[in-house]
Structure formats: structure tokens, C-alpha cells
Design a protein around this ligand. Sequence first.
Ligand SMILES: [Zn+2]
Length: 83
Amino acid sequence: MRITVKENNRDRILQVVCNCCRRPLPVENGIVLEDYIHVDKAWGYFSERDGEKIAFDLCENCTQELTKRFRLPVYQKKTREYL
Ligand SMILES: [Zn+2]
């Protein structure tokens, strides 16, 4: 869950809380200092949820626990780390 405030027509992040474990992620000056997944989905016509919009955030640990339960492995590719 993201808590944001509008500043100069842009959303500034005040806080991010993992929807799964409820752990707040560290945020400093609008920058989230821990990587996470943000999902923002508007269900479409070919869905039983047509017109419904959902959003949630998952920390890295919860993402890892969730994807362990997938029957097909998650695609993974190592990339170079950019500093
Ligand atoms: Zn979590």
C-alpha cells in the first residue's frame, strides 16, 4: 500500500507498506530505499471483475514466498548491477 501526496502534479511517496506482511519499507525524501513490487491493475472486459481496479505492494521477502508456491517457476535473468 502506497501513501502519496501530490506535489507539482506528481505523486510523492510518503510511505510504502507491504500488503502481505504489513511491514513498512524505508522511505527517505520520497525515495523508497528497499526494492519491492507495485501492482496496479484495472480488470478488463474479459474478466469477471471488469471495471474493478486493484493495487498492492509486496516486499522482496513476501514476493519470494509467494512465487515459491507457483507451479511454474518464475522467469529469472541475472543482469548487471548498475550503480
Ligand atoms: Zn512483506
